[in-house]
Design a binder for this molecule. Sequence first.
Ligand SMILES: [Zn+2]
Ligand SMILES: [Zn+2]
Length: 339
Amino acid sequence: MTNPGMKCSRCRGPARHRLPAHNARFCDQCLEVFLQRQVAKAIKQFRMLRPGQEVVAAVSGGKDSLVLWKVLLDLGYQVRALHLDLELGDFSRGSLDACQAMARRLGEPLMVRNVRELLGASVDQIVAANRREFCSVCGTLKRHLINRICAELDVDTVASGHHLDDEAGRLLGNLMRGHQQYLDNQWPVLEGLRLNGRIGLARKVKPLCRLGGEEIQAYALSLDLPFLEGRCPRSKGATLPYYQQAVRYLERKMPGTRRDFYLGFLRRKGGPPPPPEPAGTCNRCGAPTYVELCTTCRLLERTHGHHAAGGGSPRMACGPRAVSAPDSDSPGSHARTGN
Ligand SMILES: [Zn+2]
Ligand SMILES: [Zn+2]
């Protein structure tokens, strides 16, 4: 990235970072200012958060979510960092270590919740019993638990570290595959839903949606943040990375294309999708659903049924339920490709 004699576009000091999409070069300090401004701009542009608002930040230990955590704090938000331990071997241990190191670095508390303890079965067990694609099941479980934890904390908004490459890649995939329902729902803020006065679905916001992955990485490296590199070992079948690579290729050849593609799509769309329609509640866990059991409880039912078949606990009775595609039963379950 460095070029001897390269000057910072902002302070004219020696620059270390080149941002072709913005036709800018920055020193470390000015890169930090740039990042904060882009996040503040996204928050304002899409009305993500009120000043100083309390927000749950879903932190995985990767660079994106750790940067999200820090920038939201720097911008004055009350951040409740939440890490879900998925117990996927070394990857999960490394993820937790990274989050804990970041918490020490920031002097902030970290909430760690264990998925197996919360659901009574591990992610691997639930995937195996349901014979479904890993990322889809894992995404469903994580969304379910984040909604549940937001309800417990009574914090109605959760921020995730999804950035421009994620959103532009997802948009490209949805366009190429003609996934109209996902296109309709693609927006950096998705409204939540209250049920009987309690949070049923948390609002989902993506404050990094104006930033490219390489911009976030440059910032994380310049501050030497303790992030974990690498992808989840179970994500081999995911297609989103291919679309992201295509977007990055186009961005390298034509800087600014990625932002124009995503933000132009949002501009033409004009506004956010309608808020989720009022729903009933899951007979078992109380989560919002249009059918008797929410997707997570159905996944768990098959998991425990699976064990029961081998002599485990009795299977719970369940009446007839509506036919639905995976994830389609929960209103605004916000299911999207590769997430
Ligand atoms: Zn500078
Ligand atoms: Zn349920």
